[in-house]
Design a protein. Structure first.
Length: 212
């Protein structure tokens, strides 16, 4: 199956600049989705698929930083490249700390812009791969019975079989059976692997091992 073509989402309230950037990107072979404001993008959220966001810093309505914050709360994984004619060092630091891929000043050269887009698309591929792996792990955890999940949550917190048996009011032999079944279903071969899996899913920080 052919991989989906990346879409570059251009959010800028400067119509001539938005048009010029879109033309440049299309000439470079990219699909482009233009938006006149942050509110426009939120009203027409990007479809799931590869891409990145080129985002103006100062716009009518939501600012670039405000839109970045909104997208983070929506669990957006599209990397953001800021483009601004009114940037400052504190502003760029804030954007990068919040997860922006890059911070470019207008006017930006074709070479600089396309290199930033390529870096952002590479970052998207990394994030997508990480997200897919987490989804696969969550699917494995979902196959556990309630008791297997309970036992697993205590195992990865370092409890011994006899301690778990006492806490759950059952026999050590039963705990060993549940522990073995959970390890088999989760495809982990050691306690270290089990702890690493639980840590990746945020289960260690959640009492009872409920999913995040």
């Amino acid at each position: 199956m052919t991989a989906a073509q990346p879409v570059i989402h251009v959010v800028d309230d400067d119509a001539p600049f938005r048009t010029a950037v879109a033309r440049l990107l299309r000439a470079a072979g990219y699909h482009v989705a233009p938006y006149e404001s942050g509110d426009h993008l939120l009203a027409n959220p990007p479809a799931s698929g590869p891409g990145c966001i080129l985002l103006d810093m100062r716009m009518s309505g939501l600012s670039g930083l405000e839109l970045q914050d909104r997208l983070a709360k929506l669990d957006n994984i599209l990397p953001i490249v800021f483009l601004t004619g009114h940037g400052s060092i504190p502003m760029s630091v804030q954007a990068i700390k919040a997860g922006a891929e890059d911070f470019l000043s207008k006017p930006v050269s074709k070479k600089t812009l396309l290199e930033a887009v390529e870096r952002a698309l590479a970052r998207y591929r990394e994030r997508r791969e990480q997200r897919d792996k987490l989804d696969d792990l969550r699917a494995l955890v979902a196959t556990l019975t309630p008791r297997e999940r309970e036992v697993f949550a205590l195992v990865v917190r370092g409890k011994l079989n006899k301690q778990i048996a006492y806490e759950l009011g059952t026999s050590e032999r039963t705990i060993k059976a549940h522990r073995h079944a959970a390890m088999e279903k989760l495809k982990v071969r050691s306690l270290a692997e089990a702890v690493a899996l639980a840590d990746r899913l945020g289960l260690l920080a959640t009492p009872g091992g409920s999913s995040p």
